[in-house]
Design a protein around this ligand. Sequence first.
Ligand code: UTP
Length: 239
Amino acid sequence: MNKKKIVLKIGGSLLFENENKINSKKIIELCNILKNIQNYETIIVIIGGGTIAREYIRFIRNITKNESLSDIIGINVSRVNAQMIISCLEDKAFPSVPKSIEQLSLAVLSGKIIVMGGLQPGQSTTSVALEVAEFINAKEVVILTNVDGIYDKDPIKDKDAKKYDKLNYDELKNLIIEESDYNQAAAGEYRIFDTVSLQILKRSKITVLIGSGIDIKPFKKYWNGNIDSFGTIITEDYN
Ligand code: UTP
C-alpha cells in the first residue's frame, strides 16, 4: 500500500471534561490509535486549546482588552496540551512541540509522530492544520471534534439540525458566512473553520474530513483503511 501523509486535528473539546478535568480515558484511547498506526509516512497531530484556553482568554481579554495577547495565551495553552499528548505517545512522538513551520520541517526528518499546537495570533488550530498540510503536501486533513460532522444548525442546541455528508468549498464558505456573527474573529471564538482556513483550503485543494472524536469507531475504521470517509467530507467539487 502507498504510504500517506496525514494531518489530524484533535479539538480541545475532546481533552477536557466538566470543570476542566483532563479526560484521561479519551486521551489514552486517541493515543493508542495513533501509536498503532502502520501505513503512514508522515503523521502530524494538531491539538486545540479547549475550554481551559477559553478560561485564560476570557481573563486576559477582560484585563487587557488585547485580542492578540489573548490569542497568544490560547496558543500557549494549545502547546501545553500538545506536550501532554507527546508524553502519552512516548517514544512514538517527536519529543518537543514545533513552534514554527521551520521547526516542523526539521522535526519531520525524525520520522516520528509530530504534535503541535497553535502558530500565530489571528487564527484557529484548524488553520494550523491546513498550513501544515500545505507545507508537507498532504492531501488530507482529518478533524476530530465533539460532533459527528458539519450541520446546518448547531446540533447541540437544535434537534432538527441536519448533517451534511459532503460539502464543496463554496457551500462551506456560504455556511460560514451565514453562521458568522460579530465575534467570529475574536480570540477563543474562531469557529471550526475560520477565514484563514478557507483561503488555504482553496489554494491547496486539500480534502477535509470532520467527524466525531467522542464516538471514535467511524474514525478508527477510516484510519485503518476500512472505509473511504466518515463524518462530513469537504472537497473542492463533488467527485
Ligand atoms: P482553538 O480555538 O483552535 O482550539 O485554539 P480548540 O479548542 O480546539 O477549538 P475547536 O475545538 O476547533 O473549537 C485555541 C485558541 O488559541 C488561539 C485562538 O485564540 C484560539 O481560539 N490560536 C490558536 C491562535 O491565535 N493561533 C493559532 O495558530 C492557534
